[in-house]
Design a protein around this ligand. Structure first.
Ligand SMILES: *Cc1c(COP(=O)(O)O)cnc(C)c1O
Length: 434
């Protein structure tokens, strides 16, 4: 399988090249040259999520240097449980829990898959590659956890000093070993700007040996398709119906994986996108005009995106057959509604949602009753509520117990350096790293 840039100005890349580069040379995002056609029957002997992932991803690995390694990569990625649990007895809705990984958010899947893949590719490398990421929340922790203890890499995580919660700092700065955390005296946008400058420098001077793990990397997207396949097959086997999916959406990465999986032929019905108050995606689907806007801050912070980068993939695929806006709808959920839904679902079902998951629940509850009853629905839960305890605990009036993985991080000492918001400071910090 070859990978093409959405902008069509770069030559086709192998899987290996697409994984290592992240972004195509023309500034576009890589997409598989074509989507394989699959059907539920082709997965009849697959039981676990790892089985499904290996089968689903095989065509994307065909003829690549990694083809023989796919089984191992998939087992490393899907080494923790995927929950698919009823929201309540009567509702017929299920919650797809993607938060049982090391940092309790769905980004663990993409980060672990990318790390395992890049590690296979780096086996004969003599130099260490530096994975540089800017983060305002879940990405940095997931990437740090995924690359921690892999000696072919070092990870440098940039986060805005004093603008990240205490618990989030833990998840970024507790790792030690080959992971370093840098607190930048600036905003998240400043962190991103520093990372972009570093990548521009390294494009001119390969001596930098930088690697990217951000969410536009095709290696983050592919493994996400597998849990949609797994969940849809499970519902299909149980009920004979195509499940509808409700997906919390910010940068359109997780939701795009769901649409891609449906386009491959897996038994997925309507897809409902749940955004927070940031409405770039909703407005595009309504008007056909893509108009990025400054991000609005909301309770669902990981979805505070005004210029969703994966929309470039969506718009590219829209021109292909079978990928139009049919069977897609969008609900924009404001902070008040998020807060109300967290309280309502706790009262009604005893479930504690993170604010992102609450957007999905709210969108689902906003569907007409007939649509809700017409088929089974899967509400995608993107993070454990304990990651957003400062928002959720006051709403439900009690403490949220930490999942084991996060509780372990909680007891680790943190260590990070503070740097000024300028490129020289970053360059010096990178050069001084061991
Ligand atoms: C990143 C993130 C999202 C948004 O996912 P996208 O792929 O950017 O749309 C939603 N919820 C949580 C908890 C996240 O960390």
């Amino acid at each position: 399988m070859d990978y093409l840039s959405t902008r069509g100005q770069s030559k086709a890349a192998s899987l290996q090249e697409a994984l290592e580069a992240g972004l195509a040379p023309d500034g576009g995002l890589y997409m598989p040259q074509h989507l394989p056609r699959l059907s539920a029957g082709g997965f009849a002997d697959c039981r676990t999520a790892a089985d499904v992932a290996a089968r689903l991803l095989n065509p994307f690995f065909s003829k690549s240097a990694l083809q023989e390694k796919l089984q191992g990569i998939v087992r490393e990625t899907y080494s923790f449980p995927l929950g698919l649990v009823p929201l309540s007895g009567e509702s017929g809705a299920r919650v797809l829990e993607l938060f049982h990984g090391p940092t309790a958010a769905f980004k663990d899947f993409g980060a672990r898959f990318l790390a395992a893949s890049l590690q296979q590719l780096a086996r004969n490398a003599v130099t260490t590659r530096t994975i540089l990421v800017a983060t305002s929340g879940d990405t940095g922790g997931a990437v740090a956890a995924a690359f921690h203890g892999r000696p072919a890499f070092r990870v440098v995580v940039l986060f805005p000093n004093e603008r990240v919660s205490r618990r989030q700092v833990k998840q970024l700065a507790c790792w030690g070993g080959n992971v370093r955390a840098l607190a930048v005296n600036g905003s998240f946008d400043d962190c991103q700007r520093l990372v972009k400058t570093a990548f521009a420098m390294s494009a001119a001077d390969p001596g930098w040996q930088l690697g990217s793990a951000n969410s536009i990397n095709i290696g983050r997207l592919l493994p996400q398709c597998a849990y949609y396949a797994y969940a849809s097959l499970k519902v299909w086997r149980e009920t004979g119906a195509k499940a509808g999916f409700v997906v919390p959406t910010g940068n359109m990465g997780n939701a795009f994986a769901c649409l891609m999986t449906r386009a491959m032929g897996l038994p997925i019905g309507p897809v409902v996108l749940a955004t927070n108050a940031n409405q770039t995606i909703g407005k595009y689907l309504e008007s056909g005009r893509f108009e990025p806007a400054p991000a609005i801050q909301t309770l669902a912070t990981a979805m505070d995106v005004g210029n969703p980068s994966n929309m470039e993939r969506y718009r590219y695929m829209e021109q292909q057959a079978g990928f139009g806006a049919a069977g897609i709808s969008v609900f924009s959920i404001d902070d008040q509604a998020i807060a109300r839904q967290i309280v309502a679902d706790f009262d009604a079902y005893g479930r504690v949602h993170c604010p992102h998951t609450a957007t999905a629940s709210c969108a689902w509850h906003s569907l007409p009753r007939a649509a809700r009853q017409e088929r089974p629905w899967v509400l995608v839960s993107t993070a454990h509520a304990a990651k957003f305890e400062t928002t959720v605990e006051p709403l439900i009036g009690r403490k949220i117990e930490l999942p084991v993985a996060l509780a372990e991080l909680e007891n680790q000492p943190v260590q990070y350096s503070i740097i000024e918001n300028d490129f020289t400071a970053l360059r010096d910090a990178l050069a001084s790293g061991e």
